[in-house]
Structure formats: structure tokens, C-alpha cells
Design a protein around this ligand. Structure first.
Ligand SMILES: [Zn+2]
Length: 340
């Protein structure tokens, strides 16, 4: 088979590699229905995160189970399943406390920008869709559950989004936009999305944003303060991971408010004394997507929501390089890669 391999900055290639096979008895092999490019793939693509030689890219996936190892009990060949970007046994103490992304057997997935994928810890990682193979038009939304939607949901959950309160979302990439959708699903009234990009503003509104703030930095904070009678927001979702976005999130939050941060931090440094006086709750990290998967899959299958709308570019897998370029140049929000 052929898959996506990153060689260095802006150098992604579609090239031959061995078909995945069962290595551990707890593995499964999936034939992917589709895969995609993640905002976090852009950090190494841009050379802002070092790679250790040629790297097989991709960590978002869903598809048909082709084969399972001898120790796999609940997952069966022929099932359609969605898994998280972080594998989990779903039995260890961290999994039991719903933090599957800290599982003692965790592996961060790679190699998913390919037609076939080996998934370790299959029983604890994969969630089969109830009712068999879903209709093809649901595949983008199910694929979104694997990372971006699950991560946006975790941001809203960590930010303690409640039916009453003001939510601010920092970041208008796919995760931020799906953070808006998640906050809306949690029933909140006012959602302020920070974006200066017309197409993304429009999708944010479609997903439930009531207000748009196009300013950045201190100006953005001042706008939020204006909109909340000088108090600040109750819940803030930080979905970027830069110093500016993190400070924007913290300063937009009211004393006692909550910040869910899911943008992988790059060069973020917080001042302990300032944080002390800010009096905010700060919680984030790699999202325990497995915790939310059954609920998110249900929401998608019920037709209640369409998180797959973040895919505004669909390409065949062999055009993966163009998929990265389009996202890097912000021509596309998120690229879906067709595997067949
Ligand atoms: Zn575990």
C-alpha cells in the first residue's frame, strides 16, 4: 500500500510502505473509510516541531475491522469502528477515571494517512458503530469524532460549559469550530467565537456562535470584557497553543471561571504569580476522546449534528501533499482524504 510520509519542512510524500499486520495479540487491522489532515500535523510540516527522520503521518481514522489479534475479545472483523488518536486499554486506573489519553498502555497513533491501519489495544480503543456500517454520508462526521470533535468536546467539558453562562472560543481551526458546536450541544446561551476569517466565522455561526470577535490579543480581551459587563467569560476554550492565544484565553476568563486548553502548547510560558491572582481554573491536555466517543457517535448517527462540515476540502489520498498545502496556507479548514 501507499501512505503519507513527512521527510522535512513542507516535504510530504505519498509512497510505498509495508501493509500493516498484527504485531501484538491485542491489535486490530482497519480498512479505513477515510482519513484526514490534522491542524497538529502542521507543526512538524512547518518545521516547528522536530521529527526523527521520515515520519508516517496521520492519527484520525474510522473504518471496517479487517482482522483482529488472538487476544481481542469484543471487536470483531466486519464491524465499523471509530478510535481515538491515543490508544487505551480502557481498564487501567487512569482509564477508569475517564482519562484514557493518559492510559498506562497509551500509544499515540501514527500512520493513519493510509488505506490500512494497525490499531493497538483494539478492545479498549475502538468503538463500533451501533447498527452496522453507517451510510457513507456520515463518514466525515464519524471521522471527526476520532480527534477534532472529541478534542473540541473535551475543551468545552474542561471549561465547565454550563447551560447558563458565556463561552469564549479562542481559535478558528477545526477544533475551535467544533468547540463551538460542543458548547452549543451543552446548551449554553452565548458563544463568542474569535475569528477574523470570513468562511470560518460563517461556520462558527452555523455551529452555534452568537457573537464573533475579530480582534486579537489585548484588543480581543477588551471586547470580551465589554460584552460581559467588564466581568469576563465563564468558560473559555483555548484551541491554538501559542503564548498569545493562551494569554488571550486566561485574560478573557472571569475570576472563578474555567479554561479548557487543547491546543498543543508551543513555546507557552505562564507566570506563576500572575496565574495566582487570575483565580482561574486551568485544565487541558491531550483529550481523552475515548471517554466521549459513544456519545459523539450517537449524536452523529441520530443526525442531531454534522461535525463533518469542518471538512471543506476532499481529496484522494494520493493528493495528500496538496491537502497539507491547502491547510498550511489556510485555504482549507480541514482536508478529508478519500482512501478509495
Ligand atoms: Zn488504561
Amino acid at each position: 500500500m501507499k501512505g503519507a510520509v513527512l521527510y522535512g519542512p513542507k516535504d510530504i510524500r505519498f509512497e510505498h510502505r509495508d501493509d500493516p499486520k498484527i504485531i501484538q495479540p491485542t491489535d486490530a487491522i482497519l480498512r479505513l473509510a477515510a482519513t484526514c489532515v490534522c491542524g497538529s500535523d502542521l507543526w512538524p510540516y512547518r518545521g516547528l516541531q522536530p521529527i526523527d527522520g521520515p515520519t508516517h503521518m496521520g492519527h484520525e481514522y474510522c473504518g471496517i475491522v479487517e482482522e483482529v489479534g488472538s487476544a481481542v475479545k469484543s471487536i470483531k472483523p466486519g464491524q465499523f469502528a471509530v478510535g481515538s488518536f491515543a490508544t487505551s486499554d480502557n481498564t487501567c486506573p487512569h482509564c477508569q477515571s475517564d482519562y484514557q489519553s493518559a492510559c498506562v498502555h497509551r500509544e499515540f497513533m501514527l500512520r493513519a494517512q493510509a488505506p490500512f491501519l494497525r490499531v493497538p489495544n483494539a478492545d479498549g480503543t475502538l468503538v463500533p458503530t451501533p447498527g452496522g456500517t453507517p451510510s457513507p454520508d456520515l463518514v466525515p462526521s464519524l471521522l471527526a469524532c476520532s480527534d477534532v470533535f472529541g478534542t473540541g468536546w473535551f475543551a468545552a467539558d474542561a471549561a465547565n460549559v454550563k447551560p447558563v453562562g458565556t463561552v469564549v472560543v479562542v481559535g478558528d481551526d477545526a477544533v475551535g469550530l467544533l468547540g463551538v458546536l460542543s458548547a452549543k450541544q451543552m446548551g449554553t446561551g452565548r458563544i463568542i467565537a474569535m475569528s477574523r476569517h470570513e468562511k470560518r466565522q460563517k461556520l462558527a455561526r452555523e455551529f452555534g456562535a452568537t457573537d464573533i470577535v475579530a480582534e486579537r490579543g489585548d484588543e480581543a480581551v477588551a471586547r470580551v470584557k465589554d460584552m460581559t459587563k467588564g466581568i469576563g467569560a465563564d468558560s473559555v476554550l483555548e484551541c491554538v497553543g501559542t503564548q498569545e492565544s493562551m494569554m488571550q484565553a486566561i485574560k478573557s476568563t472571569r475570576p472563578g471561571g474555567h479554561i479548557g486548553y487543547v491546543g498543543v502548547p508551543h513555546g507557552v510560558e505562564l507566570d506563576g504569580q500572575q496565574l495566582f491572582f487570575d483565580l482561574v481554573h486551568l485544565h487541558g491536555g491531550p483529550a481523552p476522546v475515548r471517554r466521549f466517543l459513544p456519545k459523539l457517535i450517537d449524536l452523529v448517527l441520530n443526525g442531531a449534528i454534522n461535525p463533518g462540515k469542518v471538512f471543506d476540502l476532499v481529496l484522494p489520498l494520493d493528493k495528500v501533499a496538496e491537502g497539507y498545502r491547502a491547510m498550511d496556507e489556510r485555504r482549507a479548514i480541514k482536508t478529508l482524504l478519500r482512501t478509495s
